[in-house]
Design a protein around this ligand. Structure first.
Ligand code: FNR
Length: 182
């Protein structure tokens, strides 16, 4: 059986992003028969339908990367109780041209990561809402809300909290089982 490719999309461009730290850990605990690739969204041009006649290279590259993934894991910060604009732009760009969305029919997992106690709940569920419309099937359980994240990392910014590591391993196991159905 060929390897399944899972695209990881991190909704923060920050160099020392906490979401990126958690994503790095999660990518390291996937089974060997999975290929995990980070999809870089830092240079995706802002969507403007007028550009569709001659789309920017950043759009075609993103669309190809999304199309060649068998599933996705999203790591999102919460900005003002929703997802960061860079993540929404990524979702929008790969959903067009009309009728040619490259998202549909695939599985996805969502992890929200925040400094606060509410753990990015708003962003997590706004993202879930958009993915439902894009026909992306989201893992329902376990939900993954990583709050108070600074207390979970070591001095180098790597995940060090054992309980969170165990939880994320169980999240990956559930996601792998879910994605086998597709
Ligand atoms: C935030 N932050 C934030 N946190 C939260 O829990 N709920 C929120 O609504 C917001 N809103 C918000 C808006 C804007 C514009 C910024 C820049 C930040 C704080 C956010 O959780 C924090 O910056 C995280 O560190 C972002 O994740 P990364 O970049 O570390 O992955």
């Amino acid at each position: 059986m060929s390897k399944k490719t899972i695209g990881i999309i991190v909704g923060s461009l920050r160099k020392d992003s906490f979401n990126k730290s958690i994503a790095n850990y999660v990518s390291s605990v996937f089974p060997e028969d999975y290929e995990v690739k980070f999809i870089d969204i830092s240079n995706v041009d802002m969507f403007n339908q007028d550009l569709e006649d001659n789309p920017p290279t950043s759009w075609t590259k993103l669309r190809e990367e999304v199309a060649s993934s068998d599933g996705f894991l999203f790591f999102t910060p919460e900005y003002n109780r929703s997802v960061p604009a860079v993540l929404k732009n990524t979702l929008d760009v790969a959903s067009r041209p009309y009728g040619q969305s490259v998202w549909g029919g695939k599985p996805a997992g969502i992890v929200s990561v925040s400094l606060g106690a509410i753990s990015g709940f708003g962003a997590n569920h706004h993202l879930r809402q958009v993915l439902t419309f894009l026909d992306v099937y989201t893992l329902q359980q376990p939900e993954a809300y990583i709050g108070n994240v600074m207390a979970l990392l070591d001095e180098s910014g790597n995940l060090s909290n054992e309980g969170t590591k165990e939880f994320l391993k169980s999240f990956v196991s559930a996601f792998v089982k879910f994605s086998e159905k597709f």
